[in-house]
Design a protein around this ligand. Structure first.
Ligand SMILES: C[S@@+](CC[C@H](N)C(=O)[O-])C[C@H]1O[C@@H](n2cnc3c(N)ncnc32)[C@H](O)[C@@H]1O
Length: 271
């Protein structure tokens, strides 16, 4: 599935964030640079369990949440598989990624479904929490996430041991899953993000595939957003106009709004 979607959508010049040992296959129509928050040498230290795997050569060391080393509108695509759940501010990350791609550009994300991973015992992250992280800053919930990870993933139960464990995880800045979704809640999150973020995008593909959820987003320009919205309003006003003509006295038996145009404003009855 990853490969099929890559063939279909990943075209042009772009980046993959956090490819690690498992870069997305891409066709010859795509040129990819690899971004990670750590160098390969540091990734080797961070993930000793991957000692027998080849790691992708990191071209750009940068925080994939902000991608400050890349200019706005410079990319045709961004791939981030199993990276969004590691971000402290997923809404801010998607906003930044949308800024970095051109209109028509693609965001290709996969996230694990908690039901099939070590996150199984962790609570689903609510959209309200993500908005809080975005508005107030994710540092406020940082500690709580590390405790969650220590207790519910690493199963440390003794309070003193847990405290020491969390301290150590934070000292080495361990890349925990800050946020947790399953298919249903991730799908809802993407739809809510669409309303919440200033940037406009279309969901081209959203699917559960095995233990992960894959989503493909296509950025739309502001002009396309305005055109689409005005198209929507024209359609809506045509439909409501038709209803007003069909229903005597207008919708809900009230005077059709169109007639209000002839009544001076101070005499209009508020509807
Ligand atoms: C679980 S691995 C994903 C491996 C692979 N993409 C896959 O699909 O299996 C997460 C990767 O994202 C990177 N990563 C996590 N947070 C990051 C951030 N804020 N900026 C850049 N890379 C990040 C990690 O260093 C790691 O390489």
């Amino acid at each position: 599935m990853r490969r099929y979607l890559s063939e279909k959508y990943v075209v042009g010049q772009g980046v993959e964030i956090g490819a690690l040992q498992n870069p997305l296959w891409t066709s010859e129509r795509a040129t990819v640079r690899y971004v990670d928050r750590l160098s390969v040498a540091d990734l080797r230290v961070h993930y000793p369990e991957l000692k027998d795997f080849n790691l992708v050569n990191v071209d750009i060391i940068d925080d994939g949440e902000s991608l400050t080393s890349i200019g706005d509108g410079q990319l045709d695509f961004i791939i981030a598989n199993h990276m969004l759940e590691h971000t402290e501010n997923p809404l801010g990350t998607i906003r930044n990624h949308l800024r970095k791609i051109r209109p028509g550009g693609i965001l290709y994300y996969a996230v694990p479904d908690k039901r099939f991973t070590f996150d199984i015992d962790r609570p689903i992250t609510s959209f309200r929490h993500l908005v809080w992280d975005d508005r107030k800053g994710p540092h406020l919930s940082r500690l709580e996430h590390f405790y969650d990870w220590g207790r519910l993933v690493n199963k440390v139960t003794d309070p003193d041991e847990l405290e020491a464990h969390v301290k150590w995880l934070m000292e080495i800045n361990y890349s925990i899953h800050f946020h947790v979704w399953d298919f249903k809640t991730f799908s809802r999150f993407i739809k809510q993000a669409k309303n919440y973020l200033d940037y406009f995008f279309e969901i081209k593909h959203l699917e559960q595939y095995g233990s992960e959820v894959i989503v493909i987003l296509e950025k739309r320009s502001k002009r396309q957003k305005v055109r689409l919205l005005s198209g929507f309003w024209v359609l809506a006003s045509r439909i409501s106009g038709t209803k007003q003509r069909l229903i005597p006295g207008g919708i809900d038996g009230r005077q059709p709004r169109a007639d209000l145009g002839t009544v001076p404003a101070r005499h209009r009855v508020k509807t």
